[in-house]
Design a protein. Structure first.
Length: 141
């Protein structure tokens, strides 16, 4: 693999992470789930058992109580393993709150939350997807 190919993979995986973030903030749960492989593992930053499989991940998203949220993703670092595999780490800052009838949402008192995602990404026929996404909080709320 040459330098251009490595950089292209880094850009593609970074785009995957950002596409997931936008879909998550838009509560587009079908788009979020579509960015995982069929047999992916997802561990939420808030903890709990890993969710296994794209359909189970989608069901987990659909079961969430509605909230207003905005994720800021930073310090994305992609390490290319080979042409079809990459590992990535990123910092997440989550602002959340409740919708307000008179305009801007009211920020939750536990907000913001700061954490990290550690990802295993693979190239599929659908493009780059998460094979594993492990989130964790870096500070207690």
């Amino acid at each position: 693999m040459d330098e251009g190919q490595r950089r292209a993979i880094e850009a593609d995986v970074t785009r995957l992470i950002h596409a997931y973030t936008w879909a998550n903030d838009d509560a587009d749960w079908h788009a979020c789930a579509a960015l995982y492989t069929d047999n992916a593992r997802f561990s939420r930053p808030s903890g709990g058992e890993a969710i296994v499989g794209r359909e189970a991940i989608l069901a987990g998203f659909l079961a969430r109580a509605p909230r207003v949220q905005r994720h800021a993703i930073a310090n994305v670092l992609v390490d290319v393993v080979d042409e079809n595999t990459a590992r990535a780490r990123s910092v997440i800052v989550l602002y959340m709150g409740d919708a307000a009838p008179d305009g801007l949402p009211v920020q939750d008192v536990k907000s913001p939350l700061v954490g990290t995602f550690t990802d295993l990404c693979v190239r599929t026929t659908e493009g780059w997807r998460f094979a594993e996404r492990v989130g964790g909080l870096d500070f207690r709320p």
